[in-house]
Design a protein around this ligand. Sequence first.
Ligand code: NI
Length: 166
Amino acid sequence: MAVLPLKYVGEAVLRRKADKVAQVDKPLARLLDDMVETMYAANGIGLAGPQIGVSRRILVVDAGEGPIQLVNPRIVDQNGRQMGTEGCLSIPAIYGEVERWKEIVVKGLNAEGEPVIYEADGLLSVVFQHEIDHLDGQLFTDLAVGLIDAEAIERDHEEDEEEEEE
Ligand code: NI
């Protein structure tokens, strides 16, 4: 397995609608393993193909219950709404509140090409929706209210401290 370089906001691949996978093969399964390793190396809980420059409908998530690899995911049912704080490996140090479905049912294929179905709520539901948005070229900052720039806050804080020292 290998840790892959991440793509960051501003790169066109993050805004492109990703292509459906026609066939799940060995190279794709290897890529999904690399994506899991890349997600863990970056301390993330989800990663979508475009974030490693691969414009195909693939994603990995781990919301605390172990890694899930999903090909051609689609939401087939949804219920309720919830607000939650989100960030993104492709948009470092930015956080915001996003409204999402509370419960969803996601269908897709696993790394062996077999059909799988997940009934998700809570964090797993949010991560699935965030990653599926990536496959459609959408970023959480498009939907978020009250964006917080953690680095800017840190900079301001440092400037305040410098001023205090003078
Ligand atoms: Ni993201």
